[in-house]
Design a protein around this ligand. Structure first.
Ligand SMILES: Cc1cc2nc3c(=O)[nH]c(=O)nc-3n(C[C@H](O)[C@H](O)[C@H](O)COP(=O)(O)OP(=O)(O)OC[C@H]3O[C@@H](n4cnc5c(N)ncnc54)[C@H](O)[C@@H]3O)c2cc1C
Length: 602
């Protein structure tokens, strides 16, 4: 079975949880009418399920190939990329001034999800191009924007993000690539970058690398890093591509998953393609010298959000496959007795696995779309609303990235379990989802790096103010659930209430302990991120259950869909929210076990 976009579910989350109705009223969002959003989702779903999804398995079997510095992508990728870009999907959330559609991030989010569900490897090229566009729009000069952004949006060129070097992974302070200023205002870049996604390929006529490097006089550490735009082919003032720049793809990696996405080693400035007889790749400074990391963070925040969406997307795909398999596979009699063996979906534990997959995916989707809505408010509402929405969005980004991707590993693993032995066999495709998901907790900052961000910049720095605002809203939802008459809603209220109390205690602990015992706080950073993810997910599903219960009063309600929403929230409350007090204990009193054993004893 291929991919079927869950449009009804997406539309429900947009309207009932993420504030689509309010967001379309913000200035600049006039085009995001109900009809347009519905048409955008339908059209996107069509392309993804009919063109992009069928290439997913082929990409695993016939990955990108490197030969003499050139990379040939999986057969069919080129045509699919053309179909994707010529329909305008790369520009969905980018300004109309540069050829984009200018739609809110909240409308782009489900489109990103569908693209990622369809084919994670293929989707990485547009994902990184989005990041490059965003960085140029934020920090690039008028000249760089007008020369490069329109062609990145229309798919003539693609973008990459070049941070990592052999000695500089999580720690970008160690970046060594050099950028030497030239008399004409350009720079000559040299150095080696590794793990560069779509750093070389045959999908577009040019590749626009955004590269972190240091100028000769730059201070040490992160304060001395600048951002440069380095095209694979030099671009003249009229926008046409000219001679080859001095950047070369030395190899691509052989990987556990996302095999069709070429992960390149790029060598800058070793004289293989000298420009004007000189070695050194020609680069253009983006923004100001020594502010590169700041700009890269813009790109990384956009990319981190999208990698979180990748987690949700692959979890959805794995769920769809597992649910279809469970209805088909006949094995064992029912525990209550049956004339013969039954489809495995009848067995309570298979139901548990499927509900685990479904509820976690829906919870993560709801958090991500709510975050996208906050981003739109932060860019369109009045000043006070903007400030709060921006802070709330930034708090949620490490949760969207960190929790959704960790969740995707658990969910794709559960998908294999539903398939039994057939899940372990490559032919079914369930194993590919698990292998593909495994990178998501690593690139764009590992889970630990997300958790460090959540603890330090997002919680301790403001004394827990943003977290506490969320907690107050969660208590409001719990109060609304207490008034409900249904047993499901009361059970959800009870689990949510306990989880929120535990979350509040953890936020207090992080704020109080950060300045007195920082190692202990960081020993609990990943459990804190998990706890926050589960509590936010449970909160969103509780809101969904309330909205569904209200919807059930209406005469034309889709009863099956809405009752399933309530049941899914109930499952999450009983099986996920109940783990939050345990995680809180790990954060508050788990440090001694983590740190007691000295390094030599390992
Ligand atoms: C398939 C793939 C595609 C990639 N695409 C790109 C790309 O397009 N552009 C790009 O620039 N890079 C890319 N990367 C690189 C990726 O972002 C890095 O691999 C990642 O940031 C981790 O760095 P590292 O591999 O050096 O691991 P390390 O930084 O060495 O980390 C090793 C372990 O130490 C932990 N650790 C490190 N520092 C800390 C800390 N401060 N606190 C707690 N734990 C810590 C990590 O969590 C991890 O568990 C890609 C990588 C892969 C595998």
């Amino acid at each position: 079975m291929s991919y079927v976009a869950p449009i009804k579910e997406m539309q429900f989350v947009l309207d009932e949880l993420a504030g689509m109705r309010e967001i379309r009223l913000l200035p600049g969002n006039e085009d995001a009418t109900e009809e347009t959003v519905a048409a955008v989702l339908e059209e996107n779903a069509k392309l993804m399920s009919e063109v992009v999804a069928p290439l997913n398995r082929l990409g695993d079997l016939e990955p990108s190939v490197w030969r003499n510095g050139e990379v040939t992508t999986t057969p069919g990728f080129k045509e699919a990329f053309k179909a994707f870009t010529s329909a305008g999907w790369q520009g969905i959330q980018h300004p109309a001034q540069y050829g984009g559609q200018g739609l809110p991030k909240l409308v782009a989010a489900p489109c990103m999800e569908m693209l990622q569900s369809a084919n994670l490897s293929f989707a990485l090229c547009p994902l990184l191009t989005d990041g490059a566009i965003e960085a140029l729009l934020t920090a690039g000069s008028d000249d760089l924007r007008s020369r490069f952004v329109p062609k990145l949006i229309d798919g003539t060129w693609t973008g990459t993000m070049n941070l990592t070097e052999p000695q500089a992974g999580s720690d970008l302070a160690q970046v060594k690539s050099r950028a030497v200023p030239q008399a004409d205002g350009t720079y000559r870049i040299s150095g080696q970058k590794i793990f560069i996604t779509f750093g070389e390929h045959d999908l577009a006529e040019n590749i626009i690398h955004l590269v972190l490097a240091r100028t000769p006089e730059a201070p040490a550490g992160v304060k001395g890093i600048s951002l440069f735009l380095v095209p694979k082919f030099l671009v003249s003032d009229d926008g046409s591509c000219g001679a080859r720049n001095d950047v070369f793809c030395a190899s691509i990696e052989h990987k556990l998953g996302i095999k069709a996405s070429p992960t390149a080693v790029l060598i800058y400035g070793d004289g293989k393609f000298p420009v004007g007889g000189q070695p050194g790749a020609v680069g253009y400074l983006v923004g100001e010298e020594n502010r590169g990391l700041e700009y890269m963070f813009i790109m990384m925040n956009a990319a981190r959000f999208q990698v979180g969406m990748q987690g949700i997307a692959i979890a959805e795909r794995a769920y769809q496959k597992a649910a279809a398999f469970a209805k088909d596979r006949v094995q064992s009699r029912a525990v209550e007795g049956s004339p013969g063996p039954v489809a495995i979906i009848h067995h309570p534990d298979v139901r548990r696995l499927l509900m685990f997959m479904r509820a976690n995916t829906e919870a993560a989707r709801a958090i991500a779309y709510v975050a996208a809505g906050l981003f739109d408010v932060a860019h369109g509402a009045d000043a006070e609303q903007r400030k709060h929405a921006q802070a709330a969005y930034e708090y949620l980004v490490p949760i969207v990235k960190g929790w959704s991707t960790e969740m995707s590993i658990d969910v794709t693993s559960a998908g294999i379990q539903v398939h039994g032995g057939m899940g372990f066999i490559e032919e079914t495709g369930a194993a590919q989802f698990y292998r593909d998901a495994r990178i998501l907790t690593i690139y764009e900052g590992t889970t630990a790096i997300q958790a460090n961000d959540l603890v330090g910049r997002k919680t301790a720095r403001d004394g827990g103010a943003v977290a506490k605002r969320f907690i107050a809203q969660m208590r409001g939802t719990a109060a609304a659930l207490a008034d409900a008459s249904s047993e499901d809603l009361r059970a959800i209220r009870s689990a949510l209430g306990e989880a929120v109390d535990a979350y509040a205690a953890v936020v207090d602990y992080v704020v109080k302990t950060f300045n007195t015992d920082i190692r202990s706080v960081f020993a609990g950073s990943v459990p804190y991120l998990k706890l926050a993810g589960i509590t936010h997910g449970g909160w969103q599903l509780a809101r969904a259950a309330l909205a569904a219960s209200r919807g059930l009063q209406s005469a034309d309600a889709d009863g099956t869909f809405l009752r399933t929403k309530v049941a899914t929230a109930r499952f999450f409350a009983d099986h996920m929210l109940t783990s939050v007090p345990g995680l809180a204990r790990s954060v508050v009193s788990g440090a001694s076990g983590v740190l007691a054993v000295p390094a030599e004893a390992f």
